[in-house]
Design a protein around this ligand. Structure first.
Ligand code: NOJ
Length: 557
C-alpha cells in the first residue's frame, strides 16, 4: 500500500461550542481552541477536526449552515480562524473542517430565495416536488422524526425535502451549478490552510429519482419509512464523489474522513481504497453490532466484550485489503464510551485506560473526542429541552408515544443522548469547570471537581497521562511501523470478557490484551517485553500472562 502522510496520525475532535469560552458568553470560541493547542500537542495530537463553526441558526447545533464562507460570530472571526490554523501549523498540527453539504440551513440566502420563488433559479438548488393527493411527495420519515417533506408556505402543493430537520433542506447535487459552488467553497477553505475535511452524512447526497411517489413499506405505525432506506436504491453517488475528490481533495493531498453509514459492502473500496474518494471513513461497526443483537435503541444494554470483539474483527478484516478505517470510541453524536461499555461500579480510571488501549492499537487512524482523554462521563438532564438537541427531542417523543412515562422516557433519553458528549469541557475545578466565566450554554457535568484537565495534567497516574503515554508508544520509532501497517489478528477468543489482538509484521509481533472484568485471569500465553500496562510499570515481564481486573497490557511477543 502506498504510504500517505496521514497514515500515522492521531486526530482529535473539537466541538467548538463546548471547548473553551474566552469571552464569557457561555459559548466556546476559536480563540479558546488556539489557547489550548499546547495541551493537545502535549497529548500527542496531530490533526484537529472542528465540528461546524460556520454561521448557523444552530437548529442542529451548527450542522445547519447559513453561510459556508465565514465563522459564526459566537465563535469569532475569520481572522481568529486564520490565527488558529497558523498557530496549529507552528506546532506541526493540521486543522480539518466539517464539510456539511448534504443540506444547509433554511436561513441560507439561496434557500430563502428558493422559498420566495420555487420555480426560479434557486428552486433548482434544492429538491422541490409537488405533493401527491394532497399529501407529501413520498412517505419518507426524516432522520429526526416526522415527514422528510415540508410544505412550502404560499404554494398550493409544493414541498421541499429535508432528510434531517426541517430547518436543514437537502441540497440538489444533480444541479451542476450547485456542485460548482460547493467545490469553490471547499477550495476556499483549502486556501485558508486547512489540511482536509470530515464529511458529514455524505451517503445521502444521491437520491433515487423520481422522488415523487418513491414510497417504501411503512416501518412504523406512522405509515412512513426511514429515509435511510432510499440509500439502497440511489445509484451513481460515485460520480459526485469522484468529481469532489478530483476538483478539491486530490490537488491538495487532503486528509478526508467520511461519515459513511450504510454503503454497500462492495463499495467500501471505492470510498476508501487506495484510489478512494476519501482517505478514510469512521468505524461505526459497534453501532451495527448493537442493532444486530436485536436491541431496540430504547432498551439497548451495555456493549459487551463479545459484541466489541465481533465488531472489531469484522471491521479490521474487511479493511485489511482496502485501507485505513478511522477508529472512534466517542463523538458528538454518541454518549460517553465509559457509560456505554462500563457498568457504574466498573467506571474507574483503570477501566477507562483499558478502553484507550482497546482501540488505539487497532489498524486505522484513531480519533479522540474532546474530554475522552480525561475519562469524562455521561451527565444527567431532568428535562429534554435542556439538552438543546433535535435528535434527543425526537427520541423523547418516540418514548412517550410508546407509552413510557416522563421519568421512564428521561431514563432512556439520558443514556443515549448526544447531549452527553456536548457538555462543556472540564478544564479545572473552578466554577463551571473553568469553561466559561458566564453561564454555560449547556450545564457542565457536576463531576468536574473530580474529572478535569488541570488535575489530570498534574497527576502522572491520570487517564490523560495514560493517553499521552499510549500515544507515545504508538509513535515510538521502534513500534510505529508495526502499529500503523502491521497485520491485525485476533489472538484468542477462548476467555470470557477478555480481548486479545495482535499487530504483526516481519519485524515483530505486538500483542494487546484487555481483561474487561473485575476477575483476574491467567491466559495460556507467554509475556514478552511489556511495553504498556494500565496498572503502571509494575507488570511481571515473564511467564504466563496474568491480567488483573480491567488490566490492559501491550507487550512484544
Ligand atoms: C451527522 C452529524 O454528525 C450530526 O451531528 C448531524 O445532526 C447530522 N449529520 C446532520 O448534519
Amino acid at each position: 500500500m502506498k504510504k500517505q502522510w496521514w497514515h500515522d496520525k492521531i486526530c482529535y475532535q473539537i466541538y467548538p461550542k463546548s471547548f473553551c469560552d474566552t469571552t464569557g458568553s457561555g459559548i466556546g470560541d476559536i480563540n479558546g481552541i488556539t489557547e489550548h493547542l499546547d495541551y493537545l500537542r502535549n497529548l500527542g495530537v496531530d490533526i484537529i477536526w472542528l465540528s461546524p463553526c460556520y454561521p448557523s441558526p444552530m437548529a442542529d447545533q451548527g450542522y445547519d449552515i447559513s453561510d459556508y464562507r465565514n465563522i459564526h460570530p459566537d465563535f469569532g472571526t475569520l481572522e481568529d480562524f486564520d490565527r488558529l490554523v497558523a498557530e496549529a501549523k507552528k506546532r506541526d498540527m493540521g486543522i480539518i473542517m466539517d464539510l456539511v453539504v448534504n443540506h444547509c440551513s433554511d436561513e441560507h440566502p439561496y434557500f430563502k430565495e428558493a422559498m420566495a420563488h420555487p420555480d426560479g433559479k434557486y428552486g433548482e438548488y434544492f429538491y422541490i416536488e409537488e405533493g401527491v393527493d394532497g399529501k407529501e411527495p413520498n412517505n419518507w420519515r426524516s432522520y429526526f422524526g416526522g415527514s422528510a417533506w415540508e410544505k412550502i408556505p404560499g404554494t398550493k402543493n409544493k414541498y421541499y425535502l429535508h432528510m434531517f430537520h426541517k430547518k436543514q433542506p437537502d441540497i440538489n447535487w444533480e444541479n451542476p451549478a450547485v456542485r460548482e459552488e460547493i467545490y469553490d467553497m471547499v477550495n476556499f477553505w483549502f486556501d485558508r490552510g486547512v489540511v482536509g475535511f470530515r464529511i458529514d452524512a455524505i451517503i445521502n447526497i444521491k437520491k433515487p429519482h423520481p422522488l415523487r411517489g418513491c414510497n417504501y413499506p411503512a416501518d412504523r405505525e406512522d405509515g412512513m419509512a426511514s429515509c435511510a432506506k432510499m440509500t439502497e436504491d440511489a445509484v451513481g453517488i460515485g460520480d459526485f464523489l469522484q468529481e469532489l475528490k478530483d476538483r478539491c481533495f486530490a490537488p491538495h493531498q487532503a486528509f478526508t474522513v467520511g461519515e459513511v453509514c450504510g454503503q454497500k459492502e462492495e463499495d467500501t473500496i471505492a470510498y476508501v481504497g487506495e484510489d478512494g474518494y476519501f482517505s478514510s471513513m469512521f468505524d461505526f461497526e459497534i453501532n451495527s453490532e448493537e442493532a444486530k443483537d436485536g436491541f431496540e435503541w430504547m432498551n439497548k444494554h451495555f456493549i459487551t466484550p463479545d459484541m466489541y470483539r465481533r465488531a472489531m474483527e469484522r471491521t479490521q478484516k474487511r479493511m485489511e485489503p482496502i485501507g485505513f478505517i478511522s477508529t472512534v470510541l466517542e463523538n458528538h453524536d454518541l454518549p460517553r464510551i465509559s457509560s456505554r461499555i462500563l457498568r457504574e461500579a466498573d467506571r474507574t480510571d483503570t477501566a477507562k485506560k483499558l478502553l484507550c488501549v482497546l482501540y488505539l492499537y487497532q489498524k486505522g487512524i484513531p480519533f479522540i473526542y474532546q474530554g475522552q482523554e480525561l475519562g469524562m462521563d455521561n451527565t444527567w438532564f431532568d428535562d429534554v429541552d435542556m439538552m438543546q438537541d433535535v435528535s434527543s427531542q425526537d427520541e423523547y417523543r418516540v418514548c412517550r408515544e410508546a407509552g413510557l412515562s416522563h421519568e421512564e422516557a428521561m431514563q432512556v433519553v439520558n443514556r443515549f443522548s448526544r447531549a452527553n458528549t456536548r457538555t462543556p469541557f472540564q478544564w479545572d475545578d473552578s466554577v463551571n469547570g473553568g469553561f466559561t466565566t458566564g453561564t454555560p450554554w449547556l450545564p457542565v457535568n457536576p463531576n468536574y471537581k473530580n474529572i478535569n484537565a488541570a488535575e489530570e495534567v498534574a497527576n502522572p497516574d491520570s487517564v490523560y497521562h495514560f493517553y499521552q503515554k499510549a500515544i507515545a508508544l504508538r509513535k515510538d520509532p521502534r513500534f510505529a511501523e508495526t502499529f500503523v501497517y502491521g497485520v491485525f489478528g485476533l489472538v484468542s477468543q477462548e476467555y470470557d470478557n477478555v480481548i486479545v489482538y495482535e499487530r504483526a509484521d516481519e519485524k515483530q509481533r505486538l500483542v494487546i490484551a484487555c481483561n474487561m472484568q473485575q476477575a483476574e485471569v491467567t491466559l495460556d500465553m507467554e509475556v514478552g517485553e511489556v511495553l504498556l500496562s494500565n496498572y503502571g510499570e509494575a507488570h511481571p515481564t515473564s511467564g504466563r500472562l496474568t491480567l488483573r481486573g480491567f488490566e490492559a497490557v501491550v507487550f512484544r511477543a
